[in-house]
Design a binder for this molecule. Structure first.
Ligand SMILES: O=C(O)C(=O)C[C@]1(C(=O)O)C=C[C@@H](O)C=C1
Length: 108
């Protein structure tokens, strides 16, 4: 996967060239989104399996220690905007995981 960084010198490009560049970047975003979709779908399958085990064990859907581990791992070597963006996205992902598990376990 090509990782494009925005280091375009806008002054040297015509409006037409900038529009083409925008289209090109959007195609790359589509590719990344397709990968995200595959990975998130795989994550949902795993969360469903975890929920079945928790149902059997009678465990809590929330595991603070595990969430801390995940956040430490995903935050490694990230800073600034990227760190903020990715941490927020993972907060949403894990929040949705808890909610999915509560649904499967029939809990509020
Ligand atoms: O690992 C677990 O125990 C899970 O339930 C999965 C998960 C996650 O989405 O990764 C969800 C909720 C927990 O608080 C911790 C982690």
């Amino acid at each position: 996967m090509k990782q494009e960084k925005s280091n375009i010198n806008f002054d040297s490009l015509t409006e037409e060239q900038l529009k083409l560049k925008l289209d090109e970047l959007r195609k790359l975003i589509d590719e990344v989104d397709n990968e995200l979709k595959k990975n998130l779908s795989a994550r949902v399958n795993l969360i469903e399996a975890v929920a079945e085990i928790k149902k059997y064990l009678g465990s809590s859907t929330f595991d603070a220690k595990r969430e801390e581990e995940i956040f430490n791992r995903i935050s490694d070597k990230l800073e600034g905007n990227k760190l903020h963006y990715i941490q927020n996205v993972f907060e949403r992902i894990i929040d949705e995981s808890r909610s999915l598990q509560r649904k499967i376990l029939g809990r509020k």
